[in-house]
Design a protein around this ligand. Structure first.
Ligand code: AMP
Length: 187
């Protein structure tokens, strides 16, 4: 199964993606993790994106599309893709359609973890203490939430017509969300 997880930063996409990757023996594609990796390696991409990332802004679509291209077309990952944090803009969603079509794949399930701003702020304040992520500062958290909702809304509209689009209350506890997700995957 190929699955997309949507949800603002702090909605629990990462946790549920890891769960799904494990359960379905699939491959988690977290663009956020990949970008943080580039920054840690101080690569050319890392140096180009560090300021935007730290400010809670989106990274340029071309950089993101390039990063994931090889993963999608790798035969080992075929129909085993769990997208965590991608696509986040209409241009990325359209790019994904093309990449999947070229490799004879489709999206089987689209999950939207819906959470309000107050819940996100509470959760990310906690994560800041636990993981010390530089983009988890209060102002940045709010900006990331707002950027996400603004830029991702057209993507949600794009997918919401799809019969495989499922909205889940992301303010629930982790295992309650997992239980709901389980009802959508037929294994
Ligand atoms: P995340 O770990 O998914 O919350 O992503 C952390 C940060 O990485 C975001 O605030 C963006 O700056 C950047 N980022 C991650 N995925 C994308 C994407 N698909 N498009 C643009 N920027 C992204």
């Amino acid at each position: 199964m190929n699955i997309i997880l949507f949800g603002p930063p702090g909605a629990g996409k990462g946790t549920q993606s890891k769960y799904l990757a494990n359960k379905l023996n699939s491959f988690q594609i977290s663009t956020g993790d990949m970008l943080r990796d580039e920054i840690n390696k101080n690569s050319e991409i890392g140096r180009a994106i560090v300021n935007n990332m730290d400010a809670g802004k989106f990274v340029n679509d071309d950089i993101i599309n390039k990063l994931i291209e090889n993963l999608i077309s790798d035969p080992q990952n075929k129909n085993k893709l769990i997208f965590d944090g991608y696509p986040r803009s209409l241009s990325q969603a359209k790019n994904l359609e093309v990449l999947l079509k070229n490799t004879n794949q489709e999206i089987d399930l689209i999950l939207f973890l819906k959470v309000d701003k107050e819940t996100i702020i509470r959760r990310l304040e906690k994560r800041k203490i636990l993981e010390n992520r530089s983009d988890d500062k209060f102002d940045t958290v709010v900006r990331r939430y707002e950027t996400y909702m603004k830029t991702t809304q057209p993507v949600l509209d794009f997918y919401s017509e799809n019969p495989n689009f499922k909205e889940i209350d992301g303010s629930l506890e982790i295992d309650e969300i997992t239980r709901k997700i389980d009802t959508f995957i037929n294994v």
